[in-house]
Design a protein around this ligand. Structure first.
Ligand code: 73E
Length: 839
């Protein structure tokens, strides 16, 4: 159902009326909210004034939507995620409201520039990368598809660190995103909940003579919710992002103060507030830090208590909780929700174990995002028992009952019991959170077809054998609102002028672009869009580098977290090889290329940081060498985040998706590039496989081993040195780095990286090297045939329908949540002119 609202009028009079109202809104907000006269206001004041004015335009829909969450008939998705990488709000809200043009005119009439205002926003970087951004795309699609949903997470005071490059090295700076003020959130102090920690459990007999257990926590913290409205695209539904912030139960204890323990009272406050202080910047590397465990428990407990409260607002008990809520666990980070909900049902609401278990196992569904063994969460039993003693007891009981079932199913098979147990007893004892999530939920899903197949056949094969219907696939997707309409307005306009704008809510409609590949005028316009986007980025970097970047060159881009499995160093070996060939043969027939990198390394991941240093060192040498620098340039864009992503995906010609097959669960950057008309060079990994299927093999540059070949090579015994010795080009490239050509003669600097490649090469970079270089040769040849390249690029974008997050969410609704749209009717409530009476 599309919105017929008062803010999106097309008539000229209404337009100018609305613009007038907007301008008045800005002035009021400046004066009353910011407390400044327009002439004294800073850019931040203007940003806040514009944002508050826009937020006011969302209120009617927002409050109507909250009311409809409380209707008995609507089923709600509770999306539990430790990360939501939302990106800037203002621009997105303007697009989803349909207010961009009016607000930009109103701003302009105030003598300002909407771009400046939009760019001023400090983005909430409350996520590491793909997993957190996926959660944000899913919130956009949930609202746009009119599915009631609440995203539950953590309001980190410091999100993902800001990255600076100093002398080629990554430097991390604290991200103070809340400093300038956050106009998009509402603090809901009256919905505060309490969360316990540590302490012990005890048995007692209740008033009815029943034996019960209770947890006596050693301490408590308060969870304060902050709500951010999440708009759907041109619909009335507004969903909720509810992020929890930790506070001490009492902020200033005068009793303690009087008895002289002022330090103690303040210490307690500081400890409590540490819980939501900072996002752990580790992507796919599990570190068993106690504070992280408590962060997870904290937000999960707050969220489950909140859902129980909402449920009991409508129903007399929790019997039918799974009819009202479908709770999705975004990876295992919130998996402690399983024993927490058991505890709430049994200890607090006095359900029997059996009834409680029935409710729990009809409530949760679990998404697995990674196969990397080092990413799988397992908490030391001793630590979990110390922090959450009642939960450990419940986990033991879940495990004991589960293993009874396994023993009945596989009599005499002790090995399967050991493998499937929630407790890993092979050395120090650990709680395997993935097993807990598999056992405690009714559905498990992988995030791309290949990934789900690997889960079925390897990582979760025992669970798949036990419950063949439980594991399904839902391939990831990204929202075309942010990743096309917002970030690539030129392309969006061109597409809409050709096929109308239905594609924005039904991405399969992009197929209608296919016949346009034979229309030379359309192809030329397509090229012009790409060229203009490239020029924008050249202009941006001309301040730092001068006018060195050439928009006619091929823009070859790899932006993602820096990780060995993603193989940024494979890309670098090709660059060094190309550099050597150009030095040896100035007439080499290759098109000019700019290799662009972006991404952060986990602060403790030494090898990833060394890869960043190597990228910058190669850039320094190559970019200043007049023999090559008109044909080959390297650029590292610092601090890659959502905002920079808006510029990067639209300007790329070539998208690098070059992980070792079997390592990247899905990838989502691959989808963003393709929908913006970049061609992919990639392995058969993650969602690349499905992208290639959709766009057809002839429109995709495939190289490298597939998963089976990787496995066979591993079994046969992989020896990178043999490959090094037999491949002259590869040897020369590695030697050039090793002998200090890019490190001012220092042979030690990159030795750890070189040694790793030569003696271990865990991600088989050398094995895929030649195939990659050959494929890059082909890429260069095709790029020189502009018509052919353009045709392939248009077909890539035209065939991206499957990778809209709208399709992913529709799949979740159908396969897992069993939820249907619940459109919100907009009943405009007039605010009383003459004040109101408290009911
Ligand atoms: O392949 C990506 C995937 O596209 C995967 O690596 C990523 O999730 C994306 C969305 O499905 C991912 N991130 C994490 N695990 N998988 C992770 C693990 C621990 C902390 C933070 C993120």
């Amino acid at each position: 159902m599309t919105r017929t609202n008062t803010t999106d009028c097309s008539s000229h009079t209404n337009d100018s009326n609305n613009i007038k109202k907007l301008k008045r809104g800005f002035a009021y907000k400046l004066f009353y909210q910011q407390g400044v006269w327009p002439q004294n206001a800073s850019l931040n004041d203007y940003y806040l004034a514009v944002s508050y004015t826009v937020r006011d335009r969302m209120q009617q829909m927002f409050l109507n939507s909250i009311l409809s969450l409380q209707k008995k008939e609507s089923k709600i998705v509770g999306y539990l995620s430790a990360e939501f990488l939302m990106g800037p709000h203002l621009h997105n809200n303007l697009i989803n409201l349909g207010l961009y043009d009016q607000v930009s005119r109103a701003v302009e009439e105030c003598g300002l520039d909407i771009k400046q205002i939009i760019d001023h926003e400090e983005e909430p970087g409350l996520g590491n990368g793909g997993l957190g951004r996926l959660a944000a795309c899913y919130l956009d699609s949930l609202a746009s598809l009119q599915i009631p949903a609440i995203g539950y997470g953590i309001r980190y005071e410091f999100g993902m660190f800001d990255q600076e490059i100093k002398n080629g090295w990554q430097k991390e700076l604290g991200d103070r995103w809340l400093q300038p003020g956050n106009p998009w959130e509402f603090k809901k102090a009256d919905l505060t909940v309490e969360v316990g920690a540590r302490g012990h459990t005890e048995q007692y007999t209740d008033d009815h003579g029943n034996q019960r257990v209770r947890w006596v926590p050693g301490g408590m913290v308060k969870g304060i919710p902050y709500d951010t409205p999440v708009l759907g695209y041109r619909v009335n539904n507004v969903n909720l992002l509810r992020l929890w912030s930790a506070e001490a139960p009492k902020s200033f204890d005068f009793d303690d103060f009087n008895v002289g323990d002022y330090q103690g009272a303040v210490h307690e406050k500081i400890m409590a507030e540490t819980i939501t202080k900072v996002l752990y910047p580790n992507d796919e590397h599990f570190r068993g830090k106690e504070l992280r465990l408590f962060q997870q428990y904290f937000f999960v407990s707050c969220s489950m208590q909140d859902m129980v409260r909402i449920h009991l607002f409508m129903f007399p008990n929790l019997d039918n909780f799974p009819d009202k809520f479908a709770v999705q666990l975004n990876d295992t980070h919130p998996a402690i929700a399983v024993p927490e909900f058991m505890r709430l049902l049994i200890d607090v609401h006095h359900y029997s174990w059996e009834r409680a278990w029935d409710i729990v196992t009809h409530t949760f569904a679990y998404t697995n995002h990674t196969l990397l063994p080092e990413a799988l969460e397992k908490w030391p039993v001793a630590m979990l028992g110390r922090v959450l003693p009642r939960h450990l007891e419940i986990i033991y009981e879940i495990n004991s009952r589960f293993l009874d079932l396994v023993r009945i199913k596989y009599p005499g098979d002790v090995d399967v019991v050991r493998r499937m147990s929630i407790i890993d007893e092979s050395g120090e004892r650990y709680v395997r959170m993935a097993h807990l999530a598999c056992i405690g939920g009714y559905a498990i899903n992988g995030v791309a077809e290949l990934h789900t197949r690997l889960l079925k056949n390897h990582t979760l094969t025992d669970f798949h054998r036990l419950w063949p219907d439980k594991l399904t696939n839902v391939t990831n997707g990204v929202t075309p609102r942010r990743w096309m309409v917002l970030s690539n307005p030129r392309l969006a306009r061109l597409i809409s002028s050709a096929i109308g704008d239905g594609w924005i809510t039904n991405l399969y409609k992009l197929r209608e672009l296919e016949p346009m590949v034979d229309d030379p005028v359309f192809c030329e316009k397509w090229q012009q869009v790409k060229f203009d986007n490239k020029q924008d980025i050249c202009a941006m970097f001309s301040c730092a580098y001068g006018p060195m970047f050439n928009p006619y060159a091929m823009f070859d881009v790899q932006v993602k977290r820096i990780h060995e499995y993603k193989r940024q160093h494979l890309n670098l070996l090709h660059i060094v090889n190309l550099y050597q060939r150009l030095k040896n043969n100035p007439n080499l027939d290759v098109p000019p290329r700019i290799f662009i990198f972006g991404g952060k390394a986990a602060p403790g991941y030494t090898m990833a940081k060394l890869i960043i240093k190597l990228i910058n060192s190669i850039a320094e040498v190559v970019n200043s060498d007049p023999d090559v620098n008109t044909r080959l340039q390297v650029l590292f864009i610092p601090n890659f985040n959502v905002q920079i992503g808006h510029m990067v995906y639209p300007m790329a010609d070539l998208s690098e998706q070059i992980s070792l097959a079997g390592k990247e669960a899905s990838g989502t950057g691959n989808m963003k590039f393709s929908m913006n008309g970049a061609l992919t060079i990639g392995t058969l990994d993650g969602a690349n496989v499905e992208i290639r299927e959709e766009v057809a093999p002839e429109n995709f540059f495939l190289f490298g081993m597939d998963v089976n070949e990787v496995q066979e090579l591993g079994t046969a015994g992989y020896d990178p040195q043999t490959i090094y010795n037999q491949n002259e080009g590869l040897k020369a490239a590695i030697n050039l780095i090793a002998t200090g050509h890019f490190s001012h003669g220092d042979r030690e600097l990159f030795r750890p990286l070189i040694d790793s490649l030569l003696y271990h090469d865990p991600y088989m970079v050398l094995a895929d090297y030649q195939s990659y270089v050959d494929c890059q040769q082909k890429v260069g040849e095709v790029f020189q045939d502009t018509r052919r390249w353009t045709k392939m690029a248009i077909l890539n974008a035209a065939r991206m329908g499957k990778f809209s997050s709208d399709r992913s969410i529709a799949d979740y609704c159908r396969k897992i949540w069993k939820i249907k749209p619940f459109p919100v009717e907009l009943k405009l409530q007039q605010l009383p002119e003459n004040g109101f009476k408290f009911p």
